[in-house]
Design a binder for this molecule. Structure first.
Ligand code: LLP
Length: 416
């Protein structure tokens, strides 16, 4: 459930009509709901209350400082994949002791900084990374907390670009080879092995792959215990899907219940890395219809938002609900392709949508709070759009619209 609802044919974010936000900040514009973010974070936190646990929001889903700060105030941890994300967490008031560092390509400077600020754990994805981490920790005179990201070879049954737990994906260490790598890790003097990590993919709408993966991780954890490498935590990754249109993903409570059942009374602390399930339905992209046109039998609505603002439809053929901000009772309904101004055929936000539209109407692309702004670009020299957070009846601009001048501020021409 989210806090974007109609009141008398007018779409609100919490207690604020979206049309007011468009009038004040222009379009396109991302709008987030604080209450929805908090509700979703708490749903995970509550669902795992019977186990020691830490919900670490996956920063890649939405890294706006206000979003991170709202979650940090709840006590959230954070799953990061770069120095940039770590710096954002710190700037937002996040606790470095609750940060876990994932990713296959951690650079030396990134590792060094993460050790300096004292993060909770490195999710290591290869032997080479283990060796690098051990060396840097030695140089710095510290001990690095480590868990290995294992690749359990389960099919997450999601879009191939966002499945990460199959043998053929670049992620993690083959679970069958993991014991050997743990033995090596345990022997490295500047590392402290603390956990096992596993993330199998994103937008999963079925519990079976999660259950399957956790079963394999538990077998490994027990085996490691037997050979004298005690495991304190299991990081079960993110990946729980959300409802964009017709999907029926399990609620966090059902997901937690399935995980709990698998865990039984084993004492492992559970770390989680949800991104989309917390932020996805906590945001919309507001856009305005610039032009309507027909090419033969097709109706096009040309919007002021484009693939550079929200790339998911173009990149993954993702289908997100697109709804009127105010129901236009005067307009004729038709089946529209909703496209942007970018010069690419793939530049669409939705296809074949039944809508009653006139030029100038406002639309909201729902489910845009995760992997929306964070994946946006300046393609076609389009400034990135503002981000606004609604909190009850208050509206806060949490990132201003970029200016064109800022886009080429760091560029220069050759000397004459
Ligand atoms: N942990 C790790 C190690 C991950 O790689 C990811 C996502 C997450 C956690 C968070 O997963 P979530 O709970 O959000 O599913 N851009 C794509 C999604 C890419 C996900 C990449 N990894 C999209 O827009 O669908």
């Amino acid at each position: 459930m989210d806090h974007f609802n109609y009141r008398d044919d007018v779409l609100y974010a919490e207690d604020v009509p979206l049309a007011d936000i468009a009038a004040r900040f222009g379009t396109p514009c991302y709008v987030y709901s604080r209450a929805t973010l908090e509700r979703h974070w708490r749903a995970f936190d509550r669902a795992f209350r019977d186990h020691p646990h830490l919900v670490c929001f996956a920063v890649k889903a939405n890294s706006n400082l206000a979003v991170l700060n709202v979650l940090a105030r709840l006590g959230s941890g954070f799953d990061i994949v770069s120095l940039g994300e770590l710096e954002r967490v710190l700037a937002a008031g996040g606790d470095p002791a609750k940060v876990i560092f994932s990713g296959v390509g951690k650079r030396e400077d990134e590792i060094r900084f993460a050790l300096e600020v004292g993060i909770r754990c490195f999710n290591v994805e290869s032997e080479s990374e283990l060796i690098r981490l051990d060396r840097i920790a030695e140089e710095m005179g510290v001990v690095a907390p480590v868990s290995l990201r294992v690749n359990p070879d389960v099919d997450a049954q999601t879009h191939p670009y966002i499945a990460t737990g199959l043998k053929e994906n670049k992620f993690g260490i083959d679970i069958h080879a993991a014991e050997e790598v743990y033995v090596r890790a345990a022997a490295l003097p500047n590392l402290r092995v603390t956990g096992i990590d596993c993330h199998i993919g994103s937008q999963l709408t079925d519990l079976a792959p999660f259950i399957d993966a956790l079963g394999r991780v538990l077998t490994l954890a027990e085996r490691l215990g037997e050979i004298g490498i005690p495991i304190a935590h299991l990081d079960i990754g993110g990946g729980l899907g959300i409802r964009y249109t017709e999907e029926h993903p399990p609620e966090p409570a059902a997901y937690a219940a399935a995980m709990s059942y698998q865990l039984g009374d084993r004492p492992y602390e559970i770390l989680l890395e949800p991104g989309r399930a917390i932020a996805g339905n906590a945001g919309v992209l507001l856009t305005r219809v610039e032009y309507l046109k027909e090419n033969g039998t097709r109706h096009f609505a040309i919007l002021d938002a484009a693939m550079n603002d929200l790339v998911r439809p173009a990149l993954y053929q993702a289908v997100q609900d697109i709804v009127p901000v105010i129901h236009d009772t005067e307009a004729e309904p038709a089946r529209y392709d909703l496209v942007g101004p970018v010069c690419e055929t793939g530049d669409f936000l939705g296809k074949g949508r039944q809508l009653a539209l006139r030029e100038g109407d406002l639309l909201a692309v729902r489910g845009s709070g995760a992997y929306g702004f964070t994946m946006s670009s300046n393609y076609n020299s389009r400034p990135r759009v503002p981000e606004v957070m609604v909190d009850g009846d208050q509206v806060h601009l949490v990132r201003e619209r970029e200016t064109v001048a800022s886009l080429y501020a760091g560029e220069s021409v050759l000397p004459s």
